[in-house]
Design a binder for this molecule. Structure first.
Ligand SMILES: Cc1ncc(COP(=O)(O)O)c(C=O)c1O
Length: 320
């Protein structure tokens, strides 16, 4: 993300950056400035990078629409910064840390058009959503929108440390030789692992597998939604699946306490799950795309046991 930002700045010779609240882009100082969550990422680490602006990310479950985001962008250009000062708009096509909300196609199309009009670089942060996770190589493909730069990491080398910025040559080639780089850049082990991942993705048809895993998980979660009022929302894009936990089925009553208890109960069952979300009330499912069916089913069974345990505990507490 640091390099993507540097490339966009060098290419445009501009400094402003627009990102989204709830977005997560990393923990180094420029990245944390782009990240749209104060605790625990920004607080105490300031001052942040100047000229970084945040727009609301659409979250239909919480009443935030594409129109809200676009209106905020309009306001930003009126009140804070002229478009000719903005180097890049940075967006996760599916919010990862922020709670697995997919950016609506309409928003991505409109951002593309704003970037085209004003010569702004559109950067898709696909570090979590990319490399097959959503059933396409990149999540932004679902919207039919072509970004200028894409950042990738995580799945790109199956867990071996490797990250990359890819993009249009005329933008990528802007910085001078030596302007980008690092001690571990182009690590041979990471690159070899990256090539092996590409092979496995083709051989094992992992894009299709991501869709199958996603379908299995969301149908099981929707079944749980009928049984448990605490399961407020189930959403997925391919194998990027999440469940949002609330009090009594109410979107405006996120249940972070229950979510924490669920993570702990799952661990007792032998299952590691990860929470996320701006209200810390989302469980995200990121099963490996190579997971065998039997293991996936076993994992889900353990999740159900853990949910039963914490949901019945919450019910008993409510009755008291
Ligand atoms: C969308 C997204 N961007 C950026 C990052 C940051 O990656 P790193 O921790 O390797 O700096 C992450 C990590 O979780 C991420 O999910």
């Amino acid at each position: 993300m640091e390099n993507a930002l540097k490339i966009a700045r060098f290419h445009t010779r501009r400094s402003g950056v627009i990102a989204f609240s709830g977005g997560f882009h990393g923990r180094t100082l420029a990245c944390v400035s782009l990240t749209g969550k104060v605790q625990p990422y920004k607080a105490g680490f300031g001052p942040m990078l100047p000229e970084v602006y945040h727009l609301p990310f659409p979250m239909p479950y919480h009443g935030v629409t594409v129109e809200h985001s676009l209106h905020a962008l309009e306001q930003l250009f009126k009140a804070d910064v002229e478009p000719a000062r903005v180097a890049a708009i940075i967006i996760e096509p599916v919010l990862g840390e922020g709670g697995f909300y997919a950016a609506p196609a309409e928003l991505l199309r409109r951002l593309r058009s704003v970037c085209d009009t004003h010569g702004i670089v559109l950067i898709a942060d696909e570090i979590q959503s990319g490399f097959g996770r959503t059933g396409r190589m990149f999540a932004i493909e679902h919207a039919g929108v072509e970004p200028d730069l894409i950042t990738i990491a995580k799945s790109v080398a199956g867990g071996v440390p490797l990250a990359a910025v890819t993009g249009k040559a005329e933008i990528m080639d802007s910085p001078l030789p030596g302007g980008l780089g690092g001690t571990f850049a182009g690590s041979p082990l990471g690159c070899a692992a990256g090539l092996a991942v590409l092979e496995v993705m083709r051989e094992e048809q992992l894009l299709q597998r991501a869709q199958d895993i996603g379908r299995f998980m969301s149908s099981r979660l929707k079944g749980l939604q009928v049984r448990f009022p605490c399961v407020g929302d189930v959403r997925s894009l391919g194998a990027m699946v999440a469940v949002e936990l609330v009090k009594n089925g109410r979107a405006d009553a996120p249940d972070a306490e229950l979510t924490k208890a669920l993570v702990q109960a799952a661990a007792r069952q032998g299952l590691v799950i990860l929470s996320c979300g701006i209200y810390a009330n989302v469980i995200r499912f990121l099963a490996p795309l190579t997971i065998p069916d039997a293991l996936l089913k076993e994992g889900f069974h353990l999740f159900e046991l853990a949910l039963e345990e914490v949901a019945s505990g919450a019910k008993a507490k409510a009755a008291v």
